[in-house]
Design a protein around this ligand. Structure first.
Ligand SMILES: Nc1ncnc2c1ncn2[C@@H]1O[C@H](COP(=O)(O)OP(=O)(O)O)[C@@H](O)[C@H]1O
Ligand SMILES: [Mg+2]
Length: 583
């Protein structure tokens, strides 16, 4: 099988060879039948002019009817076959891109906008589909018709053929040029449309802010100007589009006029029959399509190739972290980080410097440090979102790069600060990735994060749909829900990356207490003293280095950062006797 990235056309044609071959044959037969019809119409005409027997005329008409029926049948066939072929190609490409997206790590997403990635799956897949489907079809159609019609014309008259077709070879070039222009302007029209819909979307989703800042008039003016530019771009497309048909008609007319000049004397002199003249006239008209089809087909293929190279570039990107590890481990015993330093790709300063710590099964580690001190990066390295240098992170004494990647990720649940919720039901969000959605288990997880009662108050309880059109959760609710999601997986290691920051301190304390029994090994990133003191050990990061590490009393004594946090929090508590919930 050919390689898809270097030979996409060969790859897909080979993959669907039966469908493709049948489609080509059906197309050829259609063209063959179609091309002989004028010859028989000419014959019928001659028989009428010669006042032959009516049965002769009827016989010729019978052939025409038979050809037309056969033609219709085969045209129906190739349309179905070709349709199936290029729809299957688009389907396969979309799946490839999508599953590739799921394998890609942060560096892939940092280099591309969401719009670009969506455009690959929508526009570029479609434009390649148009190339391998209609594009190749049109080219084959053109070649078949030229190969069938030219000999017929030559058999009718060699000099007529040469004289009337003299301008025809120009047609593909003119058509190609017009199509290129259409595409350039069409792309501009699409860009303008993207701006227009982006602006509309902003107004709709930001309507509160727009009103609060009395920006209605400004926004409307902005929208109007985008709308006007879109209108102009549409007109530009319409202009070239409109020139298309006249160009083709002109070439037919030129051919017909030449035919009249060279053919009429011969007909008048009786050297050529009226029927032959008529058939020839028809063939001139029929040559225009294959000639322009060459231009159209090449244009589709050119567009499709550009799209495919964009897709290939994305598909070619290797994942940040390779899943080569064969090692499966039985039971989690320890996590150890040894002298870990890490520099983000593209940066010169290291983000983490010489980090070392060890957590035994069942222990908890509190992690704290200023924003930007490297806490989230450390977690990304533990879960292999980024690849750490070899032999710096160990589980049960094995370097994590030797572990099976999906086992590693199934061993650790991370609750990020800004976890993503899907617009599906509460249950589906909590039970993400679980095979069964046992309501009792889901409820238990919600109870563990102190949210069961709130969920039951939603309009449809656990079956309420979240998101834009459903229930909108507060920051604290979102965090607790994602925590429930992580707890449900019952992984041996749970990591909370500042994931209770939007929950008020009292609730956080209650949750942590409730979790004390349930939580296996845990790493808890927090800025709250209470949550940190809850842990067996505390790691304080400062500008990517370990500032302090050890049991709480010891760290509290030696870490300036932790002392600052402690001072700030006692000050804040003094200000408000009650914990202020900032949900
Ligand atoms: N993808 C990235 N590329 C380059 N630098 C990054 C990236 N992510 C984080 N950083 C940088 O690494 C440092 C640590 O960030 P982070 O681990 O998010 O800190 P924390 O979670 O402690 O706030 C910051 O200086 C941040 O700018
Ligand atoms: Mg962070």
């Amino acid at each position: 099988m050919p390689d898809i990235l270097s030979h996409p056309y060969r790859f897909y044609i080979w993959k669907h060879k039966a469908l493709f071959a049948l489609g080509v044959v059906a197309l050829f037969i259609t063209n063959l039948f179609d091309s002989f019809i004028p010859l028989f119409i000419g014959q019928a005409l001659d028989r009428i002019v010669d006042s032959s027997a009516l049965t002769d005329v009827a016989w010729t008409l019978g052939v025409i009817v038979a050809l037309t029926l056969g033609l219709s049948l085969f045209r129906y066939l190739w349309r179905i076959l070709w349709g199936r072929f290029h729809v299957a190609v688009a389907d396969d490409l979309r799946n490839r891109l999508y599953s590739h997206y799921t394998l890609m790590g942060p560096s892939f997403y940092q280099r591309r906008s969401i719009g670009e990635l969506m455009s690959l799956i929508n526009n570029d897949v479609n434009s390649f589909r148009m190339a391998i489907g209609p594009g190749i079809l049109i080219l084959l159609d053109a070649v078949f018709l030229i190969l069938i019609i030219t000999p017929i014309m030559l058999s009718l008259s060699v000099p007529w053929t040469l004289k009337t077709l003299i301008l025809m070879p120009l047609v593909p070039f003119v058509v190609k040029r017009v199509m290129d222009l259409i595409h350039i302007r069409y792309r501009k029209q699409q860009d303008q449309f993207a701006e227009l819909s982006g602006s509309a979307q902003e107004i709709v989703s930001g309507v509160k802010t727009i009103k609060a800042y009395a920006q209605e008039d400004n926004q409307t003016r902005l929208f109007n100007s985008f709308n006007r530019r879109y209108e102009l771009a549409c007109n530009q497309v319409a202009k070239v589009d409109a020139s298309f048909a006249p160009v083709l008609e002109l070439s037919v007319t030129v051919g017909s006029v030449i035919l009249l000049f060279v053919g009429a004397p011969a007909v008048i002199a009786g050297d050529v029959s009226v029927g032959q003249f008529f058939a020839f006239y028809q063939y001139i008209q029929r040559m225009v399509w294959p000639m322009s089809a060459l231009g159209i087909g090449f244009n589709y293929i050119q567009e499709g190739n550009a799209s495919f190279s964009r897709m290939a570039e994305a598909l070619h990107t290797a994942p940040d972290v390779e899943d080569r590890g064969p090692l499966q481990i039985e039971q989690f015993q320890s996590l150890e980080v040894k002298d870990l330093s890490f520099t983000h790709p593209g940066k010169t300063e290291p983000t983490l410097k010489n980090i070392s710590f060890r957590v035994e099964a069942g222990q908890s580690l509190g992690i704290t440090g200023m924003t930007g001190s490297g806490k989230s990066t450390l977690i990304d390295l533990l879960t292999r979102v980024y690849a750490a240098p070899p032999k710096t992170i160990f589980i049960n004494g094995h370097p994590i790069e030797e572990l099976n990647l999906s086992q590693l990720r199934n061993m650790i649940s991370v609750v990020p600060q800004d976890a993503f919720l899907f617009s599906s039901t509460v249950t589906e969000n909590i039970a993400l990735g679980m095979e069964t959605h046992d309501p009792i288990v889901v409820e238990q997880a919600a109870q563990a994060v102190n949210m069961d009662r709130e969920i039951k108050d939603f309009p449809q309880g656990y079956l309420s749909v979240l998101g834009e059109k459903g229930v909108n959760l507060s920051g604290g609710q979102r965090q607790r829900l994602t925590l429930a999601r992580a707890l449900l997986r019952k992984t041996p290691i749970v990591i909370l990356d500042d994931s209770l920051s939007a929950v008020d301190a009292k609730t956080e304390k209650r949750i942590l207490e409730m979790l004390r029994e349930e939580l296996p090994t845990s790493l808890i990133v927090s800025h709250r003293l209470a949550s940190l003191l809850w842990a067996d050990q505390i790691l304080v990061l400062h500008q990517g280095s370990v500032e302090a590490l050890g049991p709480r009393e010891q760290v509290l004594k030696h870490s300036p950062t932790l002392q600052k946090i402690a001072a700030l929090q006692s000050h804040r508590e003094a200000l408000s006797a009650e914990d202020s919930p900032h949900v």
